[in-house]
Design a protein around this ligand. Sequence first.
Ligand code: NAD
Ligand code: MG
Length: 387
Amino acid sequence: MAQPTRQVAILGSTGSIGTSALSVVSGSGGRLRVRALSAHSKFKDLVIQAKEYLPRWVVATDAPAASRFDWKDLPKGTELLVGPQGLEQVVADPEVDVVLAAIVGRAGLESTWAALENKKTVALANKESLVMGGSLVMQLARDRGVQILPVDSEHSAIFQALRAGNPTEVHRLVLTASGGPFRHLNKEQLKQVTVAEALEHPVWDMGPKITVDSATMMNKALEIIEARWLFDVPAPQIQVTIHPQSIVHSLVEFVDGSVIAQMSPPDMRLPIQYALCYPERVAGVAQRIDWSQALNLEFFPAELDRYPALELGYECAQAGGTSGAVLNAANEAAVGAFLAGELHFTEIVLACRSVLTSHNFESHPTLDQLIAIDRWAREEISHWVFA
Ligand code: NAD
Ligand code: MG
């Protein structure tokens, strides 16, 4: 029997995850339909997407830029909403079955929150919502009785591998990391890393913020925190291994020593599709492993002294409270400063450590307190920036 169509709201549709998600929709044979799209600035791309997918809504979140744009080419049946409150309107649409949270950074928090408030299933790419407010966000999902389905490839892999046993049988989660482009550089060479070099990832083609996060290993630090909240597993039970091929997307080690891995070529369309179609597996557009070729898989220990960002991830996953929001905001501001040529590459993690150490820790913050401390941490980073 044909499955009913699932209506998807793609928040951040012009980004790397957003465009991959549209390719998943195109390959779904009508199983998935686009109900809403959003973009912050690439409005030309947004209009092209709207013409192809004919959504009910498009949201232009940067209101001043949207008012300067000529929207005449938007299709007839598509309504334009302007400003971040437009996101809250579309996630409340009763026709929306699943919200793909693919906005980058802290800007994704309120719409993830609103989607859960409205009892929508959330396919979560925006790891920063969990890094900032993991405890509150997961509690909201439980209160509303809705699921957060991971899109991050590592967390999708763990989510899939966890189906091999019971929660009480889990010994540890093992997150794989490609190690980024600078795995072979020494400390001195790392200091000289340029913006162009940091934006070249050896395996994944992603947005600029997560590409820099991968180079500093902060992405893996954020993923440790994400895993801690998503799977309710304490920090010491989360391990990182360096796996340069990015074929094994992560693993679960059970109490008997069995390790269950999820594998596929590095192609984000697979975890996106898994989340959007869950609990079904369907034939889709993602690449497959070519078993006629030799396949070499390597794993190296992730040494904490070589990757200081990882230590920050463990600390915040352990401490909870306001620490994740501080690390997330400090990192986002520091990456912004690095991309603007105002901070050296190695200073990103140093600055984050300093801001985290000097913050006024609160163990049970409200959402408003998290938003306030996010602002404070960004302000602190400005002291690091050279003129
Ligand atoms: P990207 O920079 O390519 O795209 C970001 C999207 O968010 C764009 O559509 C942009 O218009 C929108 N956006 C930017 N600022 C905004 C704001 N202030 N308000 C509203 N919308 C805004 O980013 P990406 O690489 O697609 O990453 C998106 C999210 O997915 C991030 O949280 C990232 O960590 C996560 N993620 C990405 C990948 C990947 O392969 N790219 C993998 C795993 C997780
Ligand atoms: Mg990831």
